[in-house]
Design a protein around this ligand. Structure first.
Ligand code: NAD
Length: 409
């Protein structure tokens, strides 16, 4: 199986070939503009010093300052960071955001660090990250980082810069210049895409299965539940719960808030998590981790519509099987770009000092997601390719134009 960076390069090359992208531009985009690996020395609570490996990938900045998350997890790889930075270039372009693609990370297990050690690690990352700043490279949160970590990053940056600059870091707490709706953004976007596609396929208010009930999965479920969809099964890393009549999502969210898992919810029956993706349903939303729909299970998927909330949940081989079977796939770069859109709103608010209501954020997000969905789908239809390639071609056309205008190729 290809690693996640090779898969991302494969998608890029495929779209580039279909649209006839100039080879020098393709070559330029197949490699990050800049990639760095650095070490962060951290004073541990017992007085010892420990070195942590960190990465940052700046995929391209023709379309604007590089932007996006900081992932902290023990098995982090440079390939993962490069792939995610390319995805961010594509997502920003798909959503019409004037930004390039960036991604960073630290190889560490936050659960094995004390709060003080974790804070020193995060501050150390920001100190050593270069270049950075609101008009250069704007880090945000990802797996293993949260609003608190982003507050430390912003504080570290502002202490070095000597002035306030809320737009230099994303995903901050609201009181430090963050945006309302940041937590909900990706889930709202996924639900908006699912609803848009379902409406066009005659599947409105139909049966939905969601893998993963964290930030994205739970908000997607809540939003679709509020719109009248029947969420018949959900899973998390511990197990699954199902109810053919539809789960009461607000009650399930309360259960998860108090127990930390979906299993044991009294409003449904325990189900087999391993077979969740194969459940008889209309809409399937993988919202957990990458590479869960593979050549081994693609053939058994019954949903007519698959909305990729997670990044890269479908392997290229599985993608081909699903398309042959007539399934419609809303690709990750469109389905989960809501978080990137609200990060862009956060930057706009930080630069203008004008902070929006939750309603305004949701309304503007909805507009942007629907436009991103429609553009990607229309481009796919125009080129006679699936929506995934349509989204990539649409994004690559915008990046190509920016590169050409700058005279880089
Ligand atoms: P999260 O950590 O809040 O939730 C992940 C959920 O998936 C949890 O319920 C966890 O128990 C479950 N899970 C993990 N491994 C699983 C497995 N093997 N089988 C079933 N469930 C499993 O993460 P999140 O922020 O909700 O992100 C989910 C996915 O969406 C990730 O792929 C992430 O990269 C992607 N994504 C997130 C955002 C965002 O704004 N949070 C934006 C874009 C993409």
């Amino acid at each position: 199986m290809k690693n996640v960076w090779e898969e991302a390069q494969y998608n890029l090359q495929k779209a580039a070939d279909t649209m006839g992208l100039a080879p020098e531009i393709t070559e330029r985009l197949l490699t990050p503009m800049r990639f760095t690996e650095f070490t962060i020395p951290v004073r541990m609570d017992d007085g010892s010093k420990k070195m942590f490996t960190a990465y940052r990938s700046w995929h391209q900045n023709a379309t604007g300052p590089t932007k996006d998350g900081t992932r902290v997890r023990p098995g982090l790889t440079p390939e993962e960071i490069k792939a995610l930075s390319l995805f961010m270039s594509i997502k920003h372009a798909v959503a019409g955001i004037p930004a390039g693609g960036g991604k960073g990370g630290i190889k560490a297990d936050p659960s094995k660090l004390s709060e003080g050690e974790y804070e020193r690690l995060i501050r150390g990352f920001m100190r050593r990250l270069a270049p950075k700043g609101a008009f250069v490279d704007v880090p945000g949160a990802d797996i293993g980082t949260d609003t608190r970590a982003m507050a430390w990053m912003l504080d570290e940056y502002e202490q070095m810069a000597g002035f306030h600059s809320p737009a230099a870091v994303n995903d901050k707490p609201f009181g430090l210049g963050g945006s309302r709706g940041g937590f909900e953004a990706t889930g709202w976007g996924v639900a908006a895409c699912a609803d848009r596609a379902a409406g066009q396929m005659g599947l409105t208010k139909s049966r939905v299965v969601i893998q993963g009930f964290g930030q994205v999965g739970s908000i997607t479920a809540q939003s679709l539940f509020e719109s009248g969809y029947k969420i018949i099964a959900v899973s998390d890393v511990y197990g699954a719960v199902a109810n053919a009549a539809g789960l009461d999502i607000p009650a399930l969210m309360k259960h998860v808030e108090s127990t930390g898992k979906v299993v044991g919810f009294s409003g449904g029956q325990a189900a087999e998590a391993a077979a969740l993706l194969e459940t008889d349903c209309d809409i399937l939303i993988p919202a957990a981790v990458q590479d869960v729909i593979t050549e081994a299970n693609a053939d058994k998927i019954k949903a007519k519509l698959i909305v990729e909330a997670a990044n890269a949940p479908t392997t290229p081989g599985a993608d081909e099987i699903l398309l042959k079977k007539g399934k419609f796939i809303v690709p990750d770069v469109v389905a989960n770009c809501g978080g990137a859109v609200v990060c862009d709103f956060e930057r706009t608010q930080g630069l203008s000092n004008d902070y929006w209501s939750l309603e305004k954020v949701r309304e503007k997000l909805q507009e942007r997601i629907v436009a991103a969905f429609d553009e990607a789908k229309a481009k796919g239809e125009e080129c006679g390719v699936p929506m995934r390639q349509g989204a990539w071609i649409n994004a690559l056309s915008k990046i190509r134009d920016a590169i050409n205008w700058r005279g880089w190729c």
